[in-house]
Every structure is written in structure tokens, then in C-alpha cells.
Design a binder for this molecule. Structure first.
Ligand SMILES: Cc1ncc(C[n+]2csc(CCOP(=O)(O)OP(=O)(O)O)c2C)c(N)n1
Length: 656
């Protein structure tokens, strides 16, 4: 067993290869139970071993883009014992986390941040005059992201010592898209370039240890570099390729940006990786090493289905099959969204669908399959997706952008400047609004109500179930304003979906149950989105204990239904708001603001997420229990308002 990175340095090559096989077994067996990013991690086993062989963390820094591929790094940095509980309550986080280990120098979960963060570290190192190695590991899909280019543009003028590793497996979550992906492919398959690269690699491979040899290698690399600048990547001889795209007559894009470029090299060839990294370590110029890896290497099902095994739920270790869904289980929200969009597109030819590299996660794959000419995957490029949608809207189209709540944060300025300021009627379907329990704080979507409700022109809604999601999508297609629909990850409520969706009145809440005016103490429960279920259950318990409860489905967080809120606010003895969102700035805050304006003085009990980043856990329910988003706590808090707290109740309030 390898306890720490120092052990990796003591192993012989065959032992390292044995360790690679053991790591793959660990990954496959643990993730079969816990789910997680299997394919990406199986692809970087040799790379991670080579990195720990050549460099010394925590002094040297590994910055992983997204960091979903850092499980192997976790296994090699003293966390093997905790690995079986990765992504589970109290267990390791599925991403790099500074608070988890000194070997995790930078936390992430969103794509495209690694090059900038690593360059910042390199600049800081240069400023303080130390000599740590900063190594940034980024995937080919990171090159669909704008921030990556902002960093690349800035590297050569900032530092002389920077190692980038481009881990190219041709896949994002789905197949990678765009011109850069074509470019990398041309680079990989160019015969002239490859011959030169191979010659240099075999030279590196044969290089004996020692400073003199490395000096020699640098000389050889200069010659290699001179030769590649003369090799255009054009293979067809014409200015434009057969597919109509540019012929990429220029040589290597990284070289053009002032970085040395080495590769492409086989990212599973451990000795070659080690000698290349040894070489890179002594470079006095920023360098990018382009390695080719296979996503899912070592597990047949993951190789065959790279998209499914990018981030998978539990599966059968022998077959790779997902655990069977329970008969009659409700559909996932993402599929309801995707299937509804197909139906809406069939009736309205101005509608199009846009995803930022998440066709399966958002359900956009349904549109891709049914109407590929109405579907756009723009890569991991949320800002571009939003502005691209804005542009289409100005030409009479009605784009539906499906982006997770957490990733839409990336495009906040675009929402403000391009969408809301121009009042463009783009429809945003925000999946994973609420918790993404296994993933944790980088992926929880707990802030969108707050970040949207301050922007003028916004219509923001939250369905209580899948039928209402369909109504809201249908309603959104009739609006002349930016429209946002937030809904949670995973299974919907299991209600039937009407054949013909209903046009909802904008800014009108749904009163599910009015007061019965039976003379008992009145509680008005406003349950937003999925927490409407919780409101109904709490109301049932309260009614059993002698309260007169009204239940309201607010539907809109903007515009808020001022009339309904004011009416029930004034009629009730206690108002309860329930939301799957941060309390700070959320729906309950909006209600308090409204009450203050209208002079409603009734006490408001707000149930939602506290002002802290919520950790990961095995299930959403565990976190809801811990933070008091439960029927029990709702009932307890209401009773406390009437001086009816019991000992048990008081404890629950403290937890919340
Ligand atoms: C801003 C943002 N958008 C979307 C995602 C979802 N996402 C996670 S990993 C990934 C693909 C990463 O592909 P690549 O960088 O090539 O690494 P690979 O998994 O292929 O090794 C995407 C789109 C994200 N993490 N961050």
C-alpha cells in the first residue's frame, strides 16, 4: 500500500505498473458503490503516478482543471483509507479541496480555472523568489472555455517556469466540440509532425540520468522546435479543408502563444511520461505537454460508454450496467425538460436549444436526437452560451438555454449586460437548482434566486412538480422577457403530466389550500418548488395538532405575487416560507421585503439553507435533516412561535 507520494518515488517501474493496476481496481470497485468520475480517473492513472514520481507535493503544486480527475492523486497522498467513502457523508470530497489535504493546493469543481490559478501561483512564486514547480493539468475540453485562453494569453509574459499538461482524450462529458477539438485532432494525426515528435520522444526515452544529459535534451529540443515551426499542419494542400473549415496552415498554437509545446505523447506510457516530466522540470521556458489518454482505460464498459462513465451513479462491477430503476419510478426533471422542449420545438420553429457541454445532464440530448438542426452544444462556455442566445434572440429566435444553476453563475455579467439590460426573451432552464448532494459545494445550486431577483426584467419561476415544469416552459415561450425556471436534480414528484400544458398567469401564486377559518391559530405555508411537498406535509401535521393551515405554491420568485402574499400575510398568525435555496437573499427574503413595504407585521419563519457553504453528503435528505429543512423542524419552529416548544423541538431549532 502506498501511504504517501514519497513511496511512489521508491518503487521500480514494474512495481509502479503493478500499482497502476491496483489503483484501477480500487477506482472500479469503490465507484461501483459510490458513483463518481470513473472514466476521467481511469484515464490519468499513469499521468498521476508519473507526476508524483517526478515532483514533490505539497511543495510542488498540481492544479487540476475541474479536479474531477484527482481521485488517483487522493489515493497517492495519504487518503487511501478514506477513499472507500468518497462522495459519501463525512468521506472524501469528489474534487480537490484545500481543507482536505495539504496536497490539494487549489480547489475546483467548475471548469476552466486551472490555467489562471496555476499562473497566479507561478507569478507569486517568482515574486517571492522560490523555485516550486507549478503543474497545471487541463483536459481538451478546458480549451473550449474562454478563461483558459485568457490565461494562455498571459503565461509567456508572466513567467518562465510553468508546466501545463494537456490531457487529451477527445471527450468532454460528451464528445468534445468545436474548432479547437478539430485542431487537436489534426495535430495528433499530422504525419510529418508526428515523425519529429516520435524521434524526440525516443531520444528522451533513452536519455541517461544526470544534468549533462538534460542539457543535451534541451539542445535536441531546440532542434526539434526549429523543425516543427516549419511543419504546417495542413495535410490537404488546399487552403480550405474538404469539410469547408480552415486548413490550419499555422503551426502549433501553443508555440504561437509563446509556450514550448511537446507531444503528443502516449499518456499511458509511464517511462515516457516520467522522462518527459523530468525534462519539463528543467525547462527555463513555459511548456505545454500534450498527452493522449483513453477515458475509462482498464474498464471495458467505461471505454465503450465514455459519456455515461464520465460521472456515473452506482453500477455492476462486472458488467458496468447501472442498477435497475425501480418500476414506476418518476422521471428525472432533466428528461421532462428535454422531452418537453422537443414537443415545443415541433410546434414553434423559432425555438432552439443551447447547452454548454452538458447534453445528457440537462436533458438537451433529447433535442439533439430528435431535431439536431435546432440544437447547439457550444462547449464548456457558459458566457458564450448566454451571449450567443442573446444574439439569436435579436434575430427573431427564442433560445432555451439549459445550464445548471451553479454553472450559470459563471455567466452573471452576460445575464445582466446582454440579456436583462436588453430585455431579451431567452428562456433559461436551470437544472440542479438545490443540492447536488454527492458533488458538494461546487455543484449545489443554492444562489440563483438571489442573483436573479435583483435584475430588472426577470421572470423567475420554480415548479412544484414535473407537470408544472411543463406549464412553466410553455408559459416561458409566450414571454417577451428573460425567463428563468429552476428545478432540482434527479427524480421528479411522479405526478401525471397533462396532454396540453397550461398558460400560467405571470406573477400569480397558486393557492392549494385556503384557511378553513375554524377559529384555530392560522399558519400560512408558502412552499416554493420542491419544498411545496414539505409545506403540505408540515401543514398536515400542524392541522392534526389544532392549527388552521393555508398552503400556497408561490410559483414565481419574480414578480412575486404581492396580492396573495399580502393577503395571507395579514390573515395568518404565522407565515412560513420554504425554499431549496440560501436564506440570504432568497425567496423568504423577498417575502420579508414585501411585508416591510406593505406594512405586514406577521412573524415569518424562513426554512432554507443557512449562510454557509454546504458540504457534500450521501443523500440530499441527510443534509436536509442536518440543516433543518424537514417537516419536523418546520412544525417545531411554528409551534415555538406559539410558545409550544417541547424539549425535543428546542433541540431541533438549535440544529437549524
Ligand atoms: C463551468 C463548468 N461547466 C460545466 C462543467 C461540467 N463538466 C465537468 S467535467 C466536464 C468535461 C471535462 O472535460 P475535460 O476537461 O476534457 O476532462 P476529461 O473529463 O475528459 O478528462 C464538464 C463539461 C463544469 N464542471 N464547469
Amino acid at each position: 500500500m502506498v501511504d504517501g507520494p514519497e513511496h511512489v518515488k521508491k518503487l521500480t517501474l514494474p512495481q509502479l505498473q503493478e500499482l497502476a493496476a491496483e489503483i484501477r481496481e480500487d477506482l472500479i470497485s469503490v465507484l461501483a458503490r459510490n458513483g463518481g468520475h470513473l472514466g476521467p480517473n481511469l484515464g490519468v492513472v499513469e499521468l498521476t503516478l508519473a507526476l508524483h514520481r517526478v515532483f514533490n507535493t505539497p511543495r510542488d503544486k498540481f492544479v487540476w482543471d475541474v479536479s474531477h480527475q484527482c481521485y488517483v492523486h487522493k489515493l497517492l497522498t495519504g487518503r487511501k483509507n478514506r477513499f472507500p467513502a468518497i462522495r459519501q457523508t463525512g468521506g472524501l470530497n469528489g474534487f480537490a479541496l484545500r481543507t482536505e489535504s495539504e496536497h490539494d493546493c487549489y480547489g475546483a469543481g467548475h471548469a476552466g480555472t486551472a490555467l489562471s490559478a496555476a499562473l497566479g501561483m507561478a507569478a507569486a512564486r517568482d515574486k517571492r523568489g522560490t523555485d516550486e514547480n507549478i503543474i497545471c493539468i487541463f483536459g481538451d475540453a478546458a480549451l473550449t472555455n474562454g478563461i483558459s485562453y485568457e490565461a494562455l494569453n498571459n503565461i509567456s509574459q508572466t513567467t518562465k517556469k510553468f508546466i501545463g499538461i494537456l490531457n487529451d482524450n477527445e471527450w468532454s462529458i460528451a464528445k468534445n466540440v468545436g474548432a479547437i477539438s478539430n485542431y487537436l485532432n489534426k495535430l495528433i494525426t499530422n504525419p510529418h509532425y508526428n515523425k519529429l515528435s516520435r524521434d524526440f520522444q525516443s531520444f528522451l526515452r533513452r536519455l541517461p540520468k544526470g544534468a549533462l544529459a538534460l542539457k543535451l535534451a534541451h539542445k535536441a529540443e531546440e532542434g526539434f522546435k526549429g523543425a516543427i515551426t516549419e511543419v504546417g499542419l495542413r495535410q490537404t494542400g488546399s487552403l480550405v479543408d474538404a469539410d469547408g473549415r480552415g486548413g490550419y496552415g499555422s503551426p502549433i498554437i501553443f508555440e504561437e502563444m509563446g509556450l514550448r509545446y511537446l507531444g503528443p505523447i502516449n499518456g499511458h506510457d509511464l517511462p515516457l511520461l516520467i522522462s518527459t516530466l523530468e525534462f519539463a522540470k528543467t525547462c527555463d521556458h513555459p511548456i505545454v505537454i500534450h498527452i493522449l489518454t483513453q477515458k475509462g482505460k482498464g474498464f471495458e464498459a467505461a471505454i465503450k460508454f465514455p459519456e455515461k462513465f464520465h460521472g456515473t451513479g452506482p453500477y455492476d462491477m462486472n458488467t458496468g450496467d447501472s442498477l435497475p430503476a425501480k418500476a414506476g419510478a418518476p422521471p428525472n426533471y432533466q428528461d421532462v425538460m428535454g422531452q418537453t422542449l422537443v414537443k415545443l420545438c415541433q410546434k414553434d420553429n423559432t425555438l432552439v436549444g443551447i447547452t454548454a457541454a452538458m447534453p445528457s445532464g440537462t436533458g438537451m440530448k433529447h433535442l439533439e436526437k430528435a431535431m439536431p438542426d435546432r440544437y447547439y452544444d457550444v462547449g464548456i462556455a457558459e458566457e458564450h452560451a448566454v451571449i450567443f442566445a442573446a444574439g439569436m434572440t435579436t434575430m427573431g429566435f427564442h433560445p432555451v438555454c439549459a445550464i445548471y444553476s451553479t454553472f450559470l453563475q459563471r455567466a452573471y455579467d452576460c445575464l445582466h449586460h446582454d440579456i436583462c439590460l436588453q430585455n431579451l426573451p431567452v428562456i433559461f432552464c436551470m437544472d440542479r437548482a438545490g443540492l447536488s448532494a454527492n458533488d458538494g459545494p461546487t455543484h449545489h445550486g443554492l444562489f440563483d434566486i438571489a442573483y436573479l431577483r435583483c435584475l430588472p426584467n426577470v421572470i423567475a419561476m420554480a415548479p412544484k412538480d414535473e407537470d408544472e415544469l411543463v406549464d412553466m416552459m410553455f408559459t416561458a415561450t409566450h414571454q417577451n422577457h428573460p425567463t428563468f425556471i429552476r428545478y432540482p436534480r434527479g427524480a421528479a414528484e411522479g405526478v401525471p403530466i397533462k396532454d396540453q400544458p397550461q398558460l400560467l398567469e405571470i406573477g400569480k401564486a397558486e393557492v392549494i389550500q385556503n384557511f378553513s377559518n375554524n377559529g384555530k391559530r392560522k399558519v400560512a405555508l408558502f412552499g416554493l418548488g420542491p419544498l411545496n411537498t414539505l409545506a403540505r406535509k408540515a401543514a398536515a401535521e400542524l392541522a392534526a395538532e389544532g392549527y388552521d393551515c393555508a398552503i400556497i405554491n408561490p410559483r414565481f420568485t419574480k414578480p412575486l405575487d404581492a396580492g396573495t402574499h399580502e393577503f395571507f400575510g395579514k390573515a395568518a398568525d404565522v407565515v412560513v416560507t420554504l425554499e431549496d435555496h440560501a436564506l440570504m437573499g432568497g425567496y423568504g427574503s423577498a417575502v420579508l421585503e414585501l411585508f416591510s413595504e406593505k406594512g405586514v407585521t406577521t412573524t415569518v419563519v424562513r426554512i432554507g439553507w443557512p449562510d454557509q457553504f454546504i458540504e457534500h453528503a450521501t443523500t440530499q435528505d441527510e443534509l436536509r435533516r442536518k440543516y433543518g429543512l424537514t417537516v419536523e423542524n418546520t412544525v417545531a419552529k411554528v409551534k415555538a412561535q406559539f410558545g409550544e416548544a417541547t424539549a425535543k423541538v428546542t433541540r431541533l431549532i438549535e440544529v437549524a
